[in-house]
Design a protein around this ligand. Structure first.
Ligand SMILES: Nc1ncnc2c1ncn2[C@@H]1O[C@H](COP(=O)(O)OS(=O)(=O)O)[C@@H](OP(=O)(O)O)[C@H]1O
Length: 270
């Protein structure tokens, strides 16, 4: 079975800063609040978008950006990108609409190429590709759609909802990063833990996924999301319900793009 690829423009972006300048910016932003990091991003980065699956962290960032926008007397400053994998919970899909309407934030939704429904996806790639070839699944539902979005709408920088307290590869993350293709990634709430994010969301009445009130913490696709492990402390538990029983900890969005593209970009899957 062949993975369809759109026509390719260059994947490479020229970052507006040298590695030394990025290091200096990170020193400058160390210990700053999420709002200060977001203000820096809004003031300094062209082609800035927020990439979000409407997790609690992204929602807090969305609320903060809205407040920064209001202070400046403008409607929402940073458009959103949501990668609709076709396998999200209905609650997540509703929340995407609610959040974008509440904050008047333009929402760009990207789906797997030439596929509109889970049924069409199953017909084209099999009924459980996430089991038979999970890396190919990640490429089709997140990596390729994200790269298509970046090219089509001129994305040069993205705000993400990752945090150091989520552990794994995220634990050493800086406020500002440049990925392998030259895309700037801003992690404004990188220094907060789950409790701090939840307190912000409650205090500011930010809309959030009702599945959180059923005990879920990190919410992705239906087939790879379970309740977190109750024996773990809050921060360790947060992502323990994702890909339960597997060694996997990332969905492909935050791993090396060129490795994924080389493996799946033009090829066949099993
Ligand atoms: N589907 C989709 N669409 C757009 N952006 C997405 C998507 N999945 C992950 N992300 C971005 O990654 C942030 C962390 O997500 P997760 O902790 O859920 O992990 S994972 O990326 O799914 O592995 C996540 O943070 P939130 O904004 O809090 O959702 C986003 O910045």
């Amino acid at each position: 079975m062949t993975i369809e690829e759109p026509s390719q423009d260059s994947d490479i972006l020229i970052p507006p800063y040298t590695p030394q300048e990025i290091e200096a910016i990170n020193v400058q932003l160390e210990g700053k609040s999420p709002q200060e990091i977001l203000t820096w991003a809004v003031d300094n980065l062209d082609g800035l978008y927020q990439t979000t699956a409407f997790g609690l962290t992204g929602l807090a960032a969305l609320d903060m950006i809205s407040k920064i926008s209001q202070e400046r007397g403008v409607t929402h400053l940073v458009p959103l990108i949501f990668l609709d994998t076709l396998h999200h919970f209905p609650e997540t899909i509703s929340l995407a609409e609610i959040a974008s309407e509440t904050y008047l934030a333009p929402l760009h939704i990207y789906k797997p190429l030439s596929v509109d429904t889970p049924e069409e996806f199953a017909t084209k790639y099999g009924s459980n590709l996430w089991e038979t070839d999970e890396a190919a699944y990640d490429y089709l539902v997140k990596v390729e759609p994200a790269s298509r979005a970046y090219k089509e709408i001129g994305v040069r920088a993205v705000i993400t909802g990752r945090r150091r307290s989520q552990g794994g590869e995220r634990s050493l993350m800086k406020a500002i990063e440049v990925d392998e293709r030259g895309l700037i990634k801003v992690n404004p709430l990188g220094g907060w833990n789950f409790k701090e994010v939840k307190e912000y969301v409650d205090k500011e009445n930010v809309p959030y996924n009702p599945l959180l009130d059923k005990g879920y913490r990190s919410i992705g696709d239906i087939h790879s999301t379970a309740l977190p492990d109750p024996s773990l402390a809050s921060d360790e538990a947060e992502r323990s319900g994702r890909w339960k029983g597997k060694s996997k900890t990332e969905c492909g969005l935050h791993v090396n793009y060129f490795d994924m593209k080389e493996k799946f970009g033009k090829g066949q899957i099993a």
